[in-house]
Design a protein around this ligand. Structure first.
Ligand code: DC
Length: 227
């Protein structure tokens, strides 16, 4: 079967990464969570006590940041490595979530990461999720998907995810963070979140993860048969 590039964009918390990860393992594709890359840079900024408002300082530090992914042998998940250290757990906390939109609005941060993402895409057989994958990173992707879901469904999933990690937050805090991120991600000047014209919309509010995965796999099968 011919290998293709699959781009998944959409709002925070609608299951993009989980779907992409499961699809990738079923069809033996490389999965890249581009949000993890923005989160890792945010973590670096916070750990080094660089002001999140000082974009000039943040840009200067980019040359000190090396990112890569490695497969966790236990979970088989592709996890992010920041300067040699696995930070997959640390990047998911609310502190990083509350600051990542600001960092990802910086033009130089975006070009730094887009270059690395495009490099990864040179090998076909990749599924990448994010906010600008179908519009900026891979405008020629064979399949583009735009995922969305109601704020209530998204908040319920985030709460469950954080609970499993031993963190607990009120529904109000989670909804506030999701709404703020949606707003910042969609209204920023640099590569705002928007549906690519040729993207297929999947609303996941009423879907289970298995149904989301099946939908994407059906699209891949139809596409690859026609190539
Ligand atoms: O997918 P996520 O929620 O882990 O992404 C974290 C943040 O990173 C999100 O609020 C916006 C930013 N992001 C982005 O600007 N562009 C991407 N391709 C991926 C994520």
């Amino acid at each position: 079967m011919k290998k293709i590039v699959i781009a998944i964009d959409g709002h925070a918390g609608c299951g993009k990464s989980t779907t992409a990860r499961l699809v990738a393992s079923k069809i033996n594709y490389l999965f890249v969570d581009s949000g993890a890359m923005y989160r890792a840079i945010t973590l670096y900024v916070l750990q080094n006590e660089i002001s999140t408002d000082n974009s000039n300082e943040i840009i200067k530090y980019l040359e000190n940041i090396t990112l890569s992914f490695e497969i966790n042998p236990e979970t088989r998940k592709n996890e992010i490595i920041l300067n040699g250290k696995n930070v997959e757990g640390e990047i998911r906390g609310l502190r990083v979530s509350n600051n990542v939109s600001k960092i990802s609005a910086i033009k130089e941060v975006r070009s730094f990461l887009v270059k690395q993402q495009q490099e990864l895409g040179k090998q076909k057989g990749i599924i990448m999720d994010g906010r600008d994958i179908g519009t900026v990173v891979f405008p020629n992707a064979e399949i583009k998907i735009f995922m969305t879901a109601s704020i209530e469904a998204r908040a319920a999933r985030r709460i469950e995810e954080l609970k499993n990690k031993g963190e607990s937050f009120s529904e109000e805090d989670i909804i506030k963070n999701l709404e703020e991120r949606d707003h910042l991600d969609s209204t920023r000047k640099e590569s705002p979140l928007k549906k690519a014209e040729d993207a297929i919309v999947i609303d996941t509010s009423q879907l289970t993860i298995d149904q989301q995965v099946d939908k994407v796999i059906a699209l891949v099968e139809t596409k690859t048969e026609s190539l």
